[in-house]
Design a protein around this ligand. Structure first.
Ligand code: ADP
Length: 183
């Protein structure tokens, strides 16, 4: 499903983010930018060693922040590595940090004049964030960003499995309803 907010199309799709051809894809990295399991491992496998070399040069990235490297062998020209929070019950600033991770990624894309970006479900794997809550925060942040007219024409959320896709779709519909009714 998809919806246009101002000049930005926000779209949800089920799939593998390493196959996306948006200008940037976002990696759910860890703070050491060391690669790992899940989407991080998949991006480094598909993108090749050039990305890891750049990550080593950068060194690290605090939770809620983002850094940019080239896309190596990927179709995407850039990878934006962001670090989502580990979910520890919800009272450790997780919601703000998750929103920060999305917002900082969007800001980096916009700063680099990139017109399209794909996100995975940051923190929804090993980091254990409840998916509905993470979806609401992710999509809310993107809707807000689109409202600010920042030159990004396309934001894609690439959900790896059907269940995550369905949950994101439900939350997106709720947020769009509120958005269109002036909330
Ligand atoms: P985190 O540590 O931030 O939780 P994970 O990589 O463990 O990151 O999981 C984040 C989300 O990415 C999960 O929903 C997982 O199913 C999904 N995922 C894993 N591989 C891919 C892929 N190739 N493309 C898109 N999403 C993926």
């Amino acid at each position: 499903m998809e919806a246009k907010i101002n000049e930005t199309l926000i779209a949800l799709a089920c799939g593998d983010i390493t196959e996306e051809s948006t200008a940037a894809i976002v990696n759910a990295a860890n703070a050491r930018l060391a690669g790992g399991a899940g989407v991080d491992g998949a991006i480094h496998r598909a993108g090749g060693l050039a990305i890891m070399k750049e990550c080593r040069k950068i060194g690290s990235c605090p939770t809620g922040q983002a850094v940019i490297t080239s896309g190596g062998n990927l179709k995407a020209r850039y990878v934006i590595h962001t670090v989502g929070p580990i979910y520890r019950g919800g009272l450790k600033d997780e919601a703000r940090l998750l929103q920060c991770a999305y917002r900082e990624s969007l800001r980096l894309a916009s700063e680099n004049s990139l017109q399209s970006i794909s996100f995975p479900a940051i923190s929804c794997g090993v980091y254990g964030y409840p998916i509905a809550e993470a979806a609401r925060l992710a999509l809310q942040t993107c809707i807000e960003f689109a409202g600010e007219n920042t030159g990004i024409e396309l934001i894609r959320h690439i959900l790896f499995d059907r269940r995550t896709y369905e949950i994101f779709s439900i939350e997106f519909k709720k947020l769009l309803f509120n958005h269109n009714n002036g909330d």
